[in-house]
Structures are given as C-alpha cells and as structure tokens.
Design a binder for this molecule. Structure first.
Ligand code: NAD
Length: 404
C-alpha cells in the first residue's frame, strides 16, 4: 500500500512538473513601501476603472484601515462599494454574497483589503462576478475558462502570500473541509505591500501569520518541484523571517520589520505557488477546519514535527535552509545543521508565544484528521514532499499535539 502511495504521488508530481512547464504564471505589479497603497489606488484609477468593490472584514473597517487605504480612490472620483462580510476562513455563503454585491453595484474591479481570508474571497468574487463560472464550478485545479474582473490586493497580514498566488481557499461548512481553487487566472493584477496598514496587527496574529509565511518558505525549499528561482525566493524569505518575525511580534509599530515580513510573505507565496507545499499544510488544513484554529497557528504546530520526520531524508536541503536562517556553522555536517534548524524553529515558535498543543484536538478526531491529511497530501495533485509518510507515522505526529 505504501509503495503504491509513493509511486502514485511521484507520478502525479511528475505530471504536475510537466504541466507547470506549459503554464505561464503571471506576476502581479508590485508596489512596496509605507504609503504604497495610495500608489496602487492611483494605478487603479489609471487603469480606467469606474467602480471598485472592496472586499474586506468588519474589523478592518472599524480600525479605519479600509478608509485609509481607499482615500486615494475616492479623491479621484472612483466609486467605492464596501463588502465587509468576510470572516476568517471564508465560506461559500460569504463569497456568494460578495458576487451578488459586485453585480448589483456594477463594479468593474475588486480590491481586497485584509488578511488571506479577504484576499482569497476577493479573488473568487472577482472571478465569478466577471464571468459565468460559479465558485463551485471551478473547484480544483485549472478549471477556470474565463477571466474575471481584475483583482488588486492590499494585504494587511504578512503570512499567506495570497497576493502572489494562483490559489484561493474556501471552507465548505457542511463538511468542515477547506476547498481549493487553483488557476493562474487567480493571480492578482497588482498588489501593494504597505507596512503602514500592518502596524496595528496584534502580536498573536503577527506570530501566527509569520509562521505561515515561514512554513510556505520551508515547504517550498524542500519541495521536489523547487527550481533555482523558487529556491532563491524561499531561502530569502526564510532569512528575512528569522531576522524580523520576533521583532515584529514584540514591536508591531516598527515599519522596517513589518515591511521585511510583508516582502518575505510575498516571496514565500511566489515560491510555493509554483512548487506547492507539503505535509505541514496537508495536516494544518484539516486541523484548522476541524478545530477552528487559525491557519498560521495550525502550520506552526506541525512544522517542527514534520521537519523532525524529514531529517533522515532531506538533511542537505534542510542544512541550506538553516544556512539561510543564520543557524549553525559551515563546518557542521548536514545532519547537524538540519537538526539545529529544527531546534531554531522550536525556539522561534516559543519566543513569539506560540503553543505546542492544539486546543480542541481530541483523540477521537485523530483518525479522521489523518485520513483527510493523507488524502490531501497523497491525492490527485499530491504534495512533492522529500519523504513519504505512513498512516501510523502520521497518527504519531498528530497525537503529539493532543492537549495534555
Ligand atoms: P485572516 O485573513 O483570517 O485574518 C485574521 C484576523 O486578523 C481577522 O480577524 C482580521 O480582521 C485581522 N486582521 C487582519 N489584518 C489586520 C490588521 N492589519 N490589523 C488588525 N487586525 C487585522 O488571517 P490570515 O492568516 O491572513 O489568512 C488566513 C486564510 O488564508 C485562511 O483561510 C487560509 O486557508 C488562507 N490561505 C490562503 C493562501 C493562498 O495562497 N491563497 C495561502 C495560505 C493561507
């Protein structure tokens, strides 16, 4: 059974590598710097849009971040419609509401302002509102046949990298599963990495989203689909995160560390959208959906355990990641340096106040969680992981997170 899983996953990974050679992934236009959201808004005006749908959440409206970000649009006489019904891990009902809102107000572009939840929802709202494909029609990989409305992104967290990816994650509340829509047509047209929108992000969310970005970077660097370009982006992201995440959690008002995290998250997103992710995500998606834990926290819980699991198979790659993180010495063996990386990840997690156990996880959930995680990780579009996992190994890892 295990041999079959390995062969099947390797075959799927090979097919995916071949497919990616024929896919041209567009890169968004990127504005960087405190205040770059105004530059993005001016660009939106220049592109000739008349009425823009802002997709966001209520918290960001209350904090004044939406008004701050859209001021430049309104000053230029562009109509702004705000749809602020997005909640963490958006579901189909929230997305459908946004599509109706967009059509009702004849919006000709979508501007996402928020974390990955608002960005993911906005990408699908723009796609469906501007075409006749419903979100459920395009679930899965490369099923989008028409372009939707242009999407612009102002990320207010530094973690998901959704502003760079061809991915949207929508939760099916009926089955407590996260559904994926993956297509190059989902890549936003332009984004602004504006640290001034992130200074009020609370420490716990800064920590969780930062660990999400670190997980993207590490899983991308370890992917069997990595190439020179994705590796460079992923390792640069690792370096920037190790140098800035702790400081960003301790002092969220420092624009330099916030900006470094925003760029790192973008690099990690641009890398993993090509290389895909790995077991950390395969497990975290299920834990997040079943126990309602934030995505970044779920990733952070699994990351050191999965790295432990890879140690005997991926030490050279892990040593390269350690080097990027500034961990260990050039005189260390790959094994030694790889082990130091895992320790450094654990220390970083602890220093930014992240737990080691998953609140809400119960023994009776383990079997279902493992089945779903292995299904996602070894399934049709399986993850190109450096080492394959058996069910028993997966169960052992999940049990390490059970609250004592
Ligand atoms: P989020 O968007 O769910 O936001 C978390 C909370 O932070 C919200 O309550 C929000 O109001 C608050 N918040 C956001 N910015 C703030 C700010 N500047 N100041 C104060 N509060 C702020 O969190 P997230 O981790 O960014 O996104 C998670 C979602 O992204 C998940 O659904 C996950 O599945 C998805 N995701 C998508 C991709 C992709 O490539 N598309 C990749 C990874 C994760």
């Amino acid at each position: 059974m295990h041999l079959f899983t390995v062969l099947y996953s390797k075959l799927m990974s090979l097919l995916s590598r071949v497919l990616m050679k024929f896919i041209t992934l567009p890169a968004p236009l990127v504005f960087v710097g405190a205040g770059s959201s105004a530059a993005l808004c001016k660009a939106i005006v220049g592109f000739g849009h008349k009425r823009v749908l802002v997709v966001t959440d209520k918290m960001l409206v209350e904090l004044g971040i939406v008004a701050q970000a859209t001021k430049a649009l309104e000053e230029q006489g562009i109509g702004v419609e705000v749809y602020d019904a997005i909640l963490p891990d958006p579901d189909f009902a929230q997305v459908d509401g946004g599509i109706q809102h967009c059509r009702k107000h004849n919006c000709d572009a979508v501007l996402a302002i928020g974390g990955g939840s608002s960005l993911d929802a906005a990408k699908i709202i723009a796609l469906s509102a501007g075409s006749d494909q419903s979100p459920r029609d395009v679930l899965g990989f490369f099923k989008v046949s028409q372009r939707g409305l242009p999407t612009y992104c102002l990320p207010t967290t530094a973690g998901t990298g959704s502003e760079a990816t061809m991915v949207s994650v929508i939760t099916d509340t009926a089955t407590s599963t996260k559904c994926f829509i993956v297509d190059p047509k989902l890549v936003p047209s332009a984004v602004a990495l504006d640290a001034s929108l992130m200074t009020g992000l609370p420490p716990a969310i800064t920590a969780a989203t930062g660990m999400d970005a670190l997980t993207h970077a590490i899983e991308s660097a370890l992917s069997r689909e990595a190439n020179d370009e994705t590796r460079q982006k992923a390792l640069t992201a690792v370096s920037m995160i190790f140098n800035n995440l702790e400081a960003a959690v301790k002092d969220g008002t420092n624009l330099q560390t916030r900006e470094a995290m925003a760029i790192a998250s973008y690099y990690a997103g641009s890398a993993f959208t090509i290389t895909n992710v790995g077991y950390v995500h395969g497990l975290a998606h299920q834990l997040g959906a079943l126990c309602h834990l934030p995505h970044g926290l779920a990733n952070a819980l699994f990351l050191p355990h999965i790295l432990d699991f890879y140690l005997d198979r991926a030490a050279p790659e892990m040593a390269r990641i350690a080097q990027a993180a500034g961990v260990g010495q050039d005189t260390d063996s790959d094994q030694e340096r790889a082990r130091k990386l895992v320790t450094a990840v654990r220390e970083l997690k602890a220093n930014i106040g992240m737990p080691s156990h998953a609140e809400g996880l119960k023994e009776e959930m383990v079997s279902e969680l493992v089945s779903r995680a292995l299904n996602e990780s070894h399934g049709l579009y399986g993850y190109p992981v450096p080492k394959y996992m058996r069910r028993k190994e997966c169960e052992e890892i999940v049990r390490k997170l059970l609250p004592s």
